[in-house]
Design a protein around this ligand. Structure first.
Ligand code: FES
Length: 95
């Protein structure tokens, strides 16, 4: 998930709900946030329990977030310098 190349490009910053994180170009937003300790990207609507990344391949929709006003899957979205990610707490269903 995380790129461990010693020659990787310099880190960029991104923001999740206004909080600053660092990531390396080529990483997905989900992997960068997970590596930084973010385990949940939303809360379930009925029980308000934290929901986090699950499949990391674009199937489960558990990593749905807003980036620049569009709903995207964090696991399928490469990081970009200054990226602003917002969580969407009302999405999904409890199972
Ligand atoms: S973690 Fe499953 S779609 Fe992103």
């Amino acid at each position: 998930m995380r790129i461990h190349d010693p020659n990787r490009p310099a880190a960029v910053e991104l923001f999740l709900d206004g909080r600053r994180y660092c990531a390396h170009p080529g990483e997905s937003a989900a992997s960068a946030l997970f590596a930084a300790g973010v385990k949940a990207l939303r809360a379930s609507p009925r029980l308000n329990r934290p929901r986090g990344m699950f499949c990391l391949m674009g199937s489960c929709q558990e990593c749905l977030v807003m980036v620049d006003g569009a709903r995207v899957l964090a696991c399928q979205t490469p990081v970009a310098s200054g990226m602003r990610i917002e969580t969407i707490p009302e999405t999904g269903v409890d199972v």
